[in-house]
Design a protein around this ligand. Structure first.
Ligand code: ACO
Length: 427
């Protein structure tokens, strides 16, 4: 604790402790504010509110820094693997070789889903959005593991976490297979986490599938880039849902629902659709003008971030990965040129400079994912797959936090004051 914050309200002078983390802004601990003054704080969108303590992820939005357990995202994306990052997020430290082998083995052994779960897919319309399927099917997992999940038992929590990380690629691939009318593929335990996902998605039972190592590496890196991101909307949703003691599989389904929105994980799909709509670089100024027009709801998708007021460090890695994937697959996509030009023009435009709007992780991810062969409707599914480790790590942290309470925000009520009921005949 560094100092106290002075606060005066209705003639009362109060002091609130100021707490310091290991790095980052201090927080004013206002937990006693309501009891002492009868007043709430008002902070829609939680722009000034720290809802919890966390040791997982640190973001310095002004400097464009993202650390997982202290390690910079750029270093993890370049040198680590998604399995290692999952271990790191869940356990706090990087694994040694034995720990990594054991962890990968455990995850691999949980990749199959109950045969009955496959039947849930058939209940969806063939053209259902895969995120709708993900919400439903991941929520349905809670029915398979309800009685066996005591959230107060650390070991059972860890098993639930492993199950979620392991089954998400299987369910995501099944959602894709269902939408294209191809048979589901069982996991292949001889492959890596990411290689297995690529095979379940793009392979068919009729012939062998060879995992392209460059694509596998790029996909793994994309998973690393999406693994966790502090107290974002979907993570806060998982924490809030979990704060009541709810089943973790159902909590993750809640996170998936939140992630789906175009202001959050749905932005990668929206960004690629926007690039298609723009088409050629000549039309970019028209779209930049629309994004700046207060009377036009259009926004540059993949631009701007609640926390980053600088280049999103994940976008830097993503831009580099586009080139690697294009080279490995020997493809060219004119949309990438459009994206690069759009970035250049926006970053030199006063509106974007003044508002500190930079490309975020979603700006380039769509270009890569479509080069690999994913339809746009799968983009947010891939995000959900990768973010599952962050959600479960945050959920675990929340359950063990001694300060944890059921999440219950208050409000500034602006509706009618008390009035008497008027019978229907007199209205
Ligand atoms: N295009 C044009 N103008 C923008 C954009 C954009 N992409 N983003 C923000 N602005 C403007 C707003 O109109 C606002 O202007 P004003 O101050 O004149 O009213 C100002 O910049 C601040 O924007 P807010 O929406 O208030 O900022 P907030 O932090 O609430 O929103 C958000 C952040 C939702 C990400 C926003 O930048 C946005 O909608 N971006 C496009 C969607 C997107 O790419 N989302 C992905 C986020 S990353 C992720 O979820 C993984």
């Amino acid at each position: 604790m560094t100092e106290a914050a002075q606060f005066a309200l209705s003639g009362k002078e109060l002091e609130y402790p100021v707490l310091s983390g290991s790095v980052g802004p201090d927080v004013v601990d206002i937990r006693k504010l309501y009891a002492q003054t009868g007043a709430f704080t008002y902070d829609p969108g939680f722009t000034s509110t720290a809802s919890c303590q966390s040791k997982l992820t640190y973001i310095d939005g002004d400097e464009g820094v993202l650390l997982h357990r202290g390690y910079p995202i750029g270093e993890l994306a370049e040198q680590s693997t998604f399995m290692e990052v999952c271990y790191l997020l869940l356990n706090g430290e990087l694994p040694d070789q034995g720990e990594l082998d054991h962890f990968s083995h455990t995850i691999t052994r949980h990749t199959m889903v109950h045969e009955q779960l496959a039947q849930f897919f058939r209940g969806f319309r063939r053209d259902a959005h895969p995120m709708a399927i993900m919400c439903g099917v991941v929520g349905a997992l809670s029915a398979f593991y309800h009685d066996s999940t005591d959230i107060h038992d650390p070991q059972q929590r860890m098993i639930a976490s492993h199950r979620l990380i392991a089954k998400m690629p299987t369910i995501a691939a099944m959602a894709y297979k269902y939408s294209v009318g191809q048979p589901f593929l069982y996991p292949d335990n001889s492959l890596s986490y990411t290689g297995n996902f690529l095979r379940m998605t793009f392979g068919v039972p009729a012939e062998p599938y060879e995992v392209n190592p460059a694509v596998e590496r790029a996909m793994d890196r994309i998973f690393i880039l999406h693994a966790d991101h502090e107290q974002n909307a979907s993570t806060s949703t998982v924490r809030l849902a979990g704060s009541s003691g709810a089943n973790p599989f159902a909590c993750i389904a809640a996170g998936i629902a939140c992630l789906w929105g175009p202001a959050h994980g749905g932005a990668n799909e929206a960004a690629l659709n926007m690039l298609h709509e723009i088409g050629t670089p000549e039309r970019i100024p028209e779209f930049i003008a629309r994004a700046k027009d207060k009377n036009d709801p259009f926004r540059l998708m993949g631009f701007g971030h609640r926390v980053y007021k600088n280049y999103d460090p994940r976008a830097t890695v993503m831009q580099k990965t586009v080139r690697e994937v294009f080279e490995a697959l020997n493809v060219q996509d004119p949309l990438f040129e459009t994206a690069l030009r759009l970035e250049e023009l926006a970053l030199n435009d006063d509106y974007f400079v003044e508002k500190k709007l930079f490309p975020n992780v979603d700006f380039y991810s769509g270009v890569i994912l479509s080069a690999i062969g994913f339809p746009t409707s799968m983009f947010t599914v891939l995000f959900a797959l990768a973010r599952t480790v962050g959600w479960v790590a945050q959920w675990n942290e929340m359950i063990t936090d001694p300060d944890q309470k059921i999440g219950r925000p208050r409000q500034l009520y602006t509706g009618p004051t008390q009035r008497s009921y008027v019978p229907l005949t007199q209205r």
